[in-house]
Design a protein around this ligand. Structure first.
Ligand SMILES: N[C@@H](CCC(=O)N[C@@H](CS)C(=O)NCC(=O)O)C(=O)O
Length: 220
């Protein structure tokens, strides 16, 4: 049975949980999830560090194979466990999806992360609100690029839902929730209509509900 280490409030663990749901894996039957990280601890133990020397989640065990880096875990699951072959796209679609996955990890999340961590993890009296608002506004500019892409196609890499959409949608949902929860701290959020329509398609047509959040809750 696949074993997934990581608390369910982590964006990177949620990528894996969502992907497993898309592939038809049921928790407790096809995979085991172990709470680890933040207040759950366990991620600095010698046992865990032997699996992932970074001490971070998610970490996945599938038989002898141990993987960390959430986007790589998604690539592996889509290659190894996709019975229906819905993630076995033509080469153009596959690499457009890969491109957005790298953009999510290397560009978009680093931009939004200071706002996310600043507002949800840093105590109120220690927050740098100037840096938080700048991070949020920089993310607005970046997301206009995704919105532009979604003007001509239903999903990030073409007309089918791919793993790239999983990685992006979890960042976008945090971007929306941050503004809804702390509107005066993030500053304005532009209406990006193509992103709104894409999120609606995802909410209605995928397993997004297994990780969807209405509030920030690091306790779970
Ligand atoms: N690039 C890594 C980042 C992993 C990461 O930063 N994980 C965070 C949670 S999102 C973590 O383990 N934080 C420490 C903790 O939760 O205690 C990935 O995509 O998997």
């Amino acid at each position: 049975m696949i074993r997934l280490w990581g608390r369910k409030s982590s964006i990177n663990v949620q990528k894996v949980l969502w992907c497993l749901a898309e592939l038809g894996f049921e928790e407790g039957k096809d995979f085991e999830q172990i709470d680890a990280g933040l207040h759950f601890g366990k991620n600095r133990t010698p046992e865990f560090l032997a699996l992932n020397p970074n001490g971070l989640v998610p970490t996945l065990e599938d038989g002898e194979l141990v993987l960390w880096e959430s986007n790589t875990i998604l690539r592996y699951l889509a290659r190894q466990h996709d019975q229906s072959k819905r993630f076995t796209a033509d080469i153009t679609t596959q690499y457009q999806s890969e491109k957005w996955m790298d953009w999510q990890l290397g560009t978009m999340w680093p931009a939004l992360r200071p706002a996310f961590l600043g507002l949800t993890r840093v105590p109120e009296n220690e927050r740098n609100y100037v840096a938080i608002q700048k991070a949020y506004q920089d993310t607005n500019t970046l997301l206009a690029l995704l919105d532009q892409q979604l003007a001509t196609q239903a999903y990030c890499s073409g007309n089918t839902f791919q793993i790239g959409d999983i990685t992006l949608a979890l960042c976008v949902s945090r971007w929306i929730l941050l503004n809804q929860t702390f509107p005066d701290k993030t500053g304005p959020r532009p209406q990006l209509h193509n992103i709104d329509a894409w999120m609606k398609r995802i909410e209605e047509g995928t397993q997004y509900h297994v990780v969807a959040e209405k509030e920030f809750n690091i306790a779970k």
